[in-house]
Design a protein around this ligand. Sequence first.
Ligand code: SAH
Ligand code: SF4
Ligand code: F3S
Length: 438
Amino acid sequence: MKKYYIETWGCQMNEHDSEKLAGMLSNMGYTSCDNKKEADLIIFNTCCVRENAELKVYGNLGQLKPLKKNNPDLIIAVCGCMMQQSHIVEYIKKKYPFVDLIFGTHNLHNFPVLLANCRQSDNMIVEIWDREGEIVEGIPVIRKYGIKSFVNIMYGCNNFCTYCIVPYTRGRERSRKPDDILNEIKNLVANGTVEVTLLGQNVNSYGKTLDNPIDFADLLYQINEIEGLRRIRFMTSHPKDVSPKLIRALKECDKLCEHIHLPVQAGSNRVLEKMNRKYTREKYLKLIEEIRKAVPDISITTDIIVGFPGETEEDFKETLDLVEKVGYDNAFTFIYSIRKGTPAANMKEQVPDEIKHERFNRLLEVLHKSVKEKNHALKNKVLEVLIEGTSKNDDNILMGRTRTNKVVNFKGPKELIGKFAHVKITEPKNFSLYGELI
Ligand code: SAH
Ligand code: SF4
Ligand code: F3S
């Protein structure tokens, strides 16, 4: 039996695409392995949202050359968002000629045919579609976890935030039909899934491209009815599209977890406008207030970029101020990275690296204070966790996730993995929670 090894960079969208690759490979008789040296096929599923994501891919690609020498039958395939950029494909062709197959995000479903062609050819096969095609349903999927599953509800993005490459790598926004989504989830639940994460670059605009449009809140109400499903999460919501109806759904759908990831990106109106985010700090803060009014204990996380072109010290202070005002449970923080082909790449006044780093560290300080406060506020609280496995650092400690998406470590029998339990938080730390099974 032939073995495959997949390495994935980037967001959940890419993670889920890799699960589809695994599903297709399993149908072709391949089995997975976790050592590149044993593999007959190595796939790199790439991300180009920031420069460091790209650099990691290049570094890892370079290391494959000796493997190819030892095993000339080894097939090396590279796919994902980086491949939707022609300058990157040209670079790979020149610099890594030992790669056998290159394909993109829009023709992932054709992978079996591409692989078959590749096995019969001595030349590198490159097939990239410039544009998205129709949504392809029914791709087999092998999921990483049995109990929690990713489900795409839409693909692509129409927002064109000026720093972001995603609309160029993932194409225009398009939604899956509600029945396809509901049937997929029902099937998953029948096979043991208790938690789904609905995926889309901007889930709030779900439904706009359908013949019989329904909106995201309607979809949530329908998913909430699925028997046997216990938890619903979603990623990502754009603040400009959070409707009062969605806030009502957050309150009314009992399976919807008390967590929302609401990327703010920056706290200054001047920067938000240059980013093309289409909301102001005032509107964002109001939104947070309304969400908290509807669901008081909701945890709120965000994405923040520092050093966007033209960001002044004053602008940056507004970001710090907003972070303090909101009091986030957690945040992904990024240093602005120039992405070729995006409007911001051509903006004058790029912020020097030292200033970006200095601001980044100051942001972390303010953020960590808020994360710590949120964690410490949970002391002695009893929370429901879904036990996902054992702790990364200690195989004797169980790891579960709360509805608010916080990781809790605690002692307990391994038979509990995959089940729900209640845990009392006894030891909140700055970045993690420890508790006792009750
Ligand atoms: N569709 C999602 C995720 C987009 S990518 C959303 O809109 O939230 C994830 C995050 O990467 C973004 O939220 C942004 O904070 C960050 N990001 C995107 N482009 C970037 C760039 N050029 N430099 C630094 N961070 C970037
Ligand atoms: Fe990128 Fe903005 Fe689309 Fe998110 S909403 S994927 S940040 S363009
Ligand atoms: Fe990266 Fe593509 Fe996701 S660029 S962040 S893998 S959509």
